[in-house]
Design a protein around this ligand. Structure first.
Ligand SMILES: CC(C)(COP(=O)(O)OP(=O)(O)OC[C@H]1O[C@@H](n2cnc3c(N)ncnc32)[C@H](O)[C@@H]1OP(=O)(O)O)[C@@H](O)C(=O)NCCC(=O)NCCS
Length: 306
């Protein structure tokens, strides 16, 4: 039984999505998303999608690229996944070594990998020279069976608007996203700086749901938002919830996210997911208030190349 690794091709999109949905069910994955991500990747990202085939069947995937918006240069990333039942045949190693070679050629000096907090995954990373760093919790909320907190009263001076109201000029949402992203705890500090890139990879992304996104305005200015991602079926994911610094601690993140979750449930979404760095105290407290429970933990790992 031979394992090979090759570049993703558009006809692989359905098989790619199957692997991703099985390996990381708490992330929204769709065939449209993977082809969009590849087609619209910024050239400085050196984005490459790899698949592992075993006897002609796609049993593994990996995304590799350079965090081109990172504050430090040379930060590569790679996320290999192999389907349960197909591990132990060298697919993960081959995906990782192919990605590392590509990243080294693209100028990476460090490769970051997101490793599930399970003994076999941690051992895989350790054995290939990766050292552990920060961790993050994936959390799940049962929208179909669970109860959401009731909708709160909107404070005086504030108003809630769907993200789709910004369709003619989404720039204020880009500015807000760029500012709050700076404050998110992470291994790769990032500053989205390129509006055109943001339009292509965030605003026009096939899983971004502008209608279910909620924006909180205070005196007409964007103060907080909760950005929704959906698979068009059952799964809803919080892509980013953020409050601008001047407006924090007033309940605006809860207000925006609660409004978005209520509207997602009304639209038929049954499973809500979110992911937070384990050092993000405020966001974890907010998600606990909603009733989210931890469904998986990943540990960021890094390896210095060369
Ligand atoms: C996280 C963030 C969205 C919170 O926005 P906010 O508008 O201040 O949030 P709220 O006022 O609605 O709620 C904050 C809650 O966190 C709690 N909190 C604040 N600091 C905390 C800390 N260090 N540890 C634990 N809880 C904390 C508050 O007590 C409050 O809960 P309570 O209402 O039960 O008292 C904001 O800090 C932010 O934009 N951070 C940067 C972007 C980010 O990390 N987003 C999440 C990415 S997944």
């Amino acid at each position: 039984m031979t394992v090979i690794v090759r570049d993703f091709r558009p006809p692989d999109a359905e098989a790619w999505t199957r692997v991703r949905r099985t390996s990381v069910p708490y992330l929204v994955s769709t065939p449209e998303q993977v082809t969009h991500d590849l087609a619209h990747a910024h050239p400085d990202r050196h984005y490459r999608l790899l698949v592992a085939e075993r006897d002609g069947e796609i049993i593994g995937t990996a995304q590799a690229g350079i965090a081109h918006e990172g504050k430090e240069p040379g930060q590569g990333f790679c996320t290999p996944h192999v389907l349960p039942g197909h591990t132990g045949h060298g697919a993960g190693s081959l995906l990782l070594s192919t990605a590392e070679e590509h990243l080294a050629q693209a100028g990476a000096t460090v490769v970051h990998a997101w490793v599930l907090d399970r003994p076999e995954s941690l051992e895989f990373a350790r054995g290939r020279g990766y050292r552990p760093g920060r961790s993050a919790h994936f959390q799940h909320l049962d929208l179909a069976g669970g109860a959401l907190p009731p909708l709160q009263e909107v404070p005086a001076g504030a108003e809630l608007r769907p993200g789709s109201d910004f369709a003619d000029d989404p720039r204020p949402l880009f500015d807000a996203d760029a500012q709050v992203t700076l404050d998110e705890p992470t291994d790769i500090p990032t500053e989205p700086a390129d509006y055109e890139d943001w339009l292509a990879t965030v605003w026009r992304h096939p899983t971004f749901d502008a209608a279910l996104t909620t924006v909180a305005l205070v005196d007409g200015r964007v103060a907080a938002f909760s950005a929704a991602g959906t698979d068009g079926d059952r799964t809803y994911s919080s892509n980013m919830t953020g409050t601008l610094r001047a407006f924090r601690g007033r309940g605006l993140a809860k207000l925006a996210k609660n409004d978005s979750l209520h509207r997602a449930r009304a639209a038929g979404y049954t499973d809500a997911y979110t992911a937070n760095d384990t050092g993000n105290g405020p966001m974890l407290a907010i998600n606990k208030w909603f009733g989210y429970t931890v469904c998986a933990t990943e540990v960021r790992h890094a390896r210095t190349l060369g």
